[in-house]
Write a protein that binds this ligand. Structure first.
Ligand SMILES: Cc1ncc(COP(=O)(O)O)c(C=O)c1O
Ligand SMILES: N[C@@H](CCCC[NH3+])C(=O)O
Length: 419
């Protein structure tokens, strides 16, 4: 069941008409469905039932405290890439013992905080990071659990900006250097080697690259075992794609089955599987609501100028991403017309969708679908635009989980230089 659906000529989120939410909270506005979030999280958890596993939701996809708290209450773990994300997880009631810390550029103070709260594991991305983490852990008299992020050099066949598992990408340690890096890690007094990690890219619509990567990672696990280094977990990262338009990504159950298939022999069945899904949990659990400010007809084009822009939702501008744009109340009194749906930002690249067939009048409300992932988290204050509010729908209830930013907050930390 899709929790965003039309009923009596209106688009609903669960049991609430989206137009009512827009009327109460204004636009642009992000709206999330709790039921969808929970369904998607359970789909991953159930897909790995019977094999030791942990779902560590990737906070970067959507770090709203309301969203994180829904997942924390399900018992989710979290994949973070900064101390800011760690503080969000803690503020939302997440368990630090279920946190994994990824990212190529961890600062010392970020390591320190993560060690203090006792995170589960650092996904270390370079030899230099190993040395630094060992030193920082030593300074505070503890040991850091680590896995090495390896770069299996497989083509994820996704947008080049979000492909991470190729030799030329900045992520991870090459397969060739990994055994040596593990040997070094095992020698360092303040590190405890517990796993291996790999994340090959995002919005993957086929299981083959995951399987290719896992085969290589298992080869490494076996090699390390013969070197006397036994791993407890294998983290395959995130990356499972979603349907934005006509993609047919595998369901979590199919993705998990392909991975389990390679891990259910005697040598590997005790190896805990960690997954770090972001997009597949939140993308289709959210929409961005926007209002039509003006309709502008030129000799070449029709523009629907709306109150959301690239600063609110960057994906169309940055990746040329296509996301569905739906009217909250489809009209039959006006002809369908091809519109470029654009925002007020002063950039030609500021669009939410191009050549969309819509019947529109000024003041109409639209929903950009699949906006729950990499929507708000990639938003900015460009053009001094305050960030949108966020609402979580739960059945018939709506909760404002972040109020709209106030204009004065945009320059609150600034000061005038002396005359
Ligand atoms: C290390 C890591 N884990 C997890 C994710 C989440 O990816 P996705 O949202 O595609 O599931 C990402 C982003 O691609 C990532 O870089
Ligand atoms: N920001 C990207 C995904 C990046 C994945 C981060 N590792 C998107 O919107 O599709």
């Amino acid at each position: 069941m899709d929790h965003f659906h039309y009923q009596d000529g209106e688009l609903f989120a669960e049991e609430v008409p989206l137009a009512a939410i827009a009327a109460e909270h204004g636009t642009p506005l992000y709206v999330y469905s709790r039921a969808t979030l929970e369904r998607h999280w359970h789909a991953f958890d159930r897909a790995l039932e019977g094999h030791p596993h942990r779902i560590c939701y990737a906070v970067k996809a959507n770090g709203n405290l309301g969203v994180l708290s829904v997942l924390a209450r399900l018992g989710s773990g979290f994949d973070i890439v900064s101390v800011g994300e760690l503080e969000r997880v803690l503020a939302a009631g997440g368990d630090p013992a279920k946190v994994v810390f990824s990212g190529v550029g961890k600062r010392e103070e970020e390591m320190r905080r993560a060690l203090e709260v006792g995170i589960h594991c650092f996904n270390v991305e370079s030899e230099a990071e190993l040395e630094r983490l060992d030193r920082v852990a030593g300074e505070i008299g503890t040991r850091a659990r680590i896995s090495l992020r390896v770069n299996p050099d497989v083509d994820a066949r996704t947008h080049p900006y979000i492909s991470t598992g190729l030799k030329e990408n900045k992520f991870g340690i090459s397969m060739e250097r990994a055994p040596e890096a593990y040997a070094r890690a095992a020698d360092l007094a303040h590190l405890e080697v517990v796993g291996v990690d790999c994340h090959i890219g995002s919005q993957l619509t086929d299981v083959t690259p995951f399987v290719d990567a896992l085969e290589r990672v298992i080869g490494l696990v076996d090699r390390l075992k013969s070197d006397g280094i036994r791993l407890r977990h294998l983290d395959m990262g995130g990356g499972l794609g979603v349907r934005y338009r006509d993609e047919t990504p595998p369901e979590p159950i199919v993705h998990a089955a392909a991975l389990r298939n390679l891990l259910e022999d005697r040598a590997h069945r005790d190896l805990e599987i960690i997954l770090e899904p972001g997009r597949a949990i939140v993308a289709n659990a959210g929409v961005l609501l926007t209002r039509v400010e003006y309709l502008k007809h030129t000799d070449h084009k029709n523009f629907a100028i709306v109150d959301a822009a690239m600063n609110d939702l960057l994906r169309p501008s940055l990746y040329g991403a296509w996301q569905a744009i739906l009217p909250l109340r489809p009209r039959t009194d006006l002809p369908l017309t091809l519109y470029d749906v654009v925002g007020p930002v002063c950039e030609t690249g500021d669009f939410l969708g191009k050549e969309r067939e819509l019947a529109l009048a000024e003041g109409d409300l639209l929903a950009v679908r699949s906006a729950g992932a990499y929507g708000f988290t990639m938003s900015s204050n460009y053009n001094a635009r305050p960030r949108a509010a966020e609402v979580l729908v739960d059945g018939t209830a709506t909760h404002l989980v972040r109020r709209r930013e106030r204009v004065a907050e945009l320059f609150a930390g600034e000061s005038l230089p002396p005359a």
